[in-house]
Design a protein around this ligand. Structure first.
Ligand code: HEM
Length: 445
């Protein structure tokens, strides 16, 4: 297999990731890198026997921050393995079941907003709507707190810090940053999150109370692991809470917003989903709980197809831990090189998804799923370093769709943009501009 030399087009990071091409070199600044879009090679890198040994890590995150440096996503090698294996049980289906009541009780304000939009016949920015919903869930499950206005303001400060701080963190050598105690995350919100987490942990220990949420599950991982090496310090717990909060909030709200948008534009798909949701709801005695999930086959396919068409994470990366020969290509990836996986391009390549721009949940039904080439569908990544929160996100999204679809219908309005517009982004995350859809009430079931 030949590697495309960097044409002018391939020099451009963004276009290269958006246009499908199986293998090409890029320059990230002056550093050479490789983009691998060939499914067999992607699998070799991400899930093959060498995935854990050679491609364990992503691009090194240079940070001096005591919390940020312990994020699961930034840890490397042995420390990553320890924290990953300690936090993984937190996301098992059994453990997530205990978080379902938090998810369903967060739906109230979202349903009220939908009701008033329906009554006033106003299009609604679903990105904003679902942002509030997923913020509520993740705040209550990771920080054991109901997000009041102060919480929301601190959260937005935490993640909309000025660009110059980020820039400095990337360009100034670590030892100089350390000398000036510079941190990329702003100090005051970090102190706020640290305080509420420490207080919640202390209160639970003091009063011996257990509340089914992430914090409890992470604390339990702590106790259960004291005898072995599986153990999280309090700072590591806080670190994972902040991380889950930041990555879980934005991606999940985007997923729900795209799902609402796709349903509004595809009324026949929405009707089919509604019929399934209605039947599941009725046969589960009108309860929205764990029992309903196994009945949502088509609804799950709708979510899968939404994640194909609008994968919030555009690209993924791995760093070679040693020189690695890519079989059948004549290429050796040198130690330290960043290998990029162009997920957006794969999801929109007609080689793998005929009519790639059409919204067709049927692709993901059991009878058709075998037609999807392994290695071409990667909304949550793959292999040992895949998304640890995928089950949580899918659960949250399925439950929200049931809550909404039994009572409302999404419709296209004049404010609904076709196609959707995105902010030009150098980040690996898709940045949609407002996503507006209309909403109508359904007659009660
Ligand atoms: C629709 C929602 C979500 C999407 C599309 C998504 C997508 C991703 C992707 C593509 C990766 C990189 C995987 C790889 O490199 O192979 C990732 C990593 C990660 N995600 Fe998610 N994610 C979502 C929701 C969540 C949630 C709700 C949480 C936590 C509550 C979460 C926590 C993480 C963490 C901790 C990692 C890093 C894992 C590691 O390095 O070991 N994600 N996610």
């Amino acid at each position: 297999m030949s590697v495309k030399q960097s044409s002018k087009k391939n020099f451009c990071f963004k276009i290269s990731y958006m246009d499908y091409c199986p293998l090409f070199r890029i320059y990230d600044g002056t550093t050479p890198g490789l983009i691998v879009g060939e499914p067999r090679l992607i699998r070799e890198i991400m899930t093959g026997t060498t995935a854990l040994e050679v491609f364990t890590n992503r691009r090194a995150v240079k940070t001096t921050h005591p919390i940020m440096s312990k994020f699961l996503s930034s840890l490397e090698d042995e420390p990553w393995k320890r924290v990953r294996s300690t936090t993984t049980p937190t996301f098992s289906s059994g453990k997530l079941k205990s978080i379902i009541p938090i998810m369903t009780s967060s739906a109230g304000p979202m349903l009220s907003t939908l009701a008033s939009s329906a009554d006033n016949q106003e299009a609604i920015d679903v990105k904003l709507l679902f942002g509030n919903y997923t913020m509520d869930i993740i705040a209550r499950s990771a920080f054991a707190t109901n997000p009041d206005d102060y919480f929301v303001s601190q959260a937005s400060k935490l993640f909309t810090f000025p660009f110059w701080r980020k820039f400095l963190d990337y360009v100034i050598p670590m030892r100089i940053l350390e000398f000036f105690r510079f941190t990329v995350l702003p100090h005051r919100p970090m102190q706020f999150f640290r305080r509420i987490t420490e207080q919640a942990i202390a209160k639970r220990k003091r009063e011996n109370i257990e509340i089914p949420d992430f914090l409890q599950l992470l604390m339990k991982a702590n106790v259960e692991g004291v005898t072995g090496s599986k153990h999280l310090s309090e700072e590591e717990i806080l670190s994972q809470s902040v991380l889950f909060f930041s990555v879980g909030y934005e991606t999940s709200s985007q997923l729900l917003a795209y799902a609402a948008y796709c349903l509004a534009l595809n009324p026949e798909v929405q009707e089919k989903t509604y019929l399934e949701v209605k039947e599941a709801f009725l046969s589960n005695s009108g309860k929205i709980d764990h029992g309903i999930l196994s009945k949502l086959i088509y609804t799950k396919a709708v979510i899968d197809e939404t994640l194909r068409l609008y994968n919030p994470v555009l690209r993924m990366e791995r760093r070679a831990g040693r020189d690695f020969h890519l079989e059948g290509t004549g290429i050796t990836i040198p130690k330290g090189m960043i290998v990029g996986i162009p997920v957006w391009a794969l999801h929109h390549a007609k080689e793998y998804y005929p009519e790639p721009d059409a919204f067709k949940p049927e692709r993901f039904l059991a009878e058709n799923r075998h037609e999807i080439t392994p290695g071409t569908y990667l909304p949550f990544g793959d292999g040992p370093r895949n998304c640890i929160g995928s089950r949580f996100a899918l659960l949250e999204c399925q439950l929200a769709l049931v809550e909404i679809l039994v009572a409302f219908k999404f419709v296209k309005t004049q404010k609904t943009k076709v196609p959707l517009e995105f902010y030009p982004t150098g980040r690996p995350l898709l940045g949609p501009k407002g996503i507006f859809v209309g909403v109508e009430r359904r007659s009660p079931i």
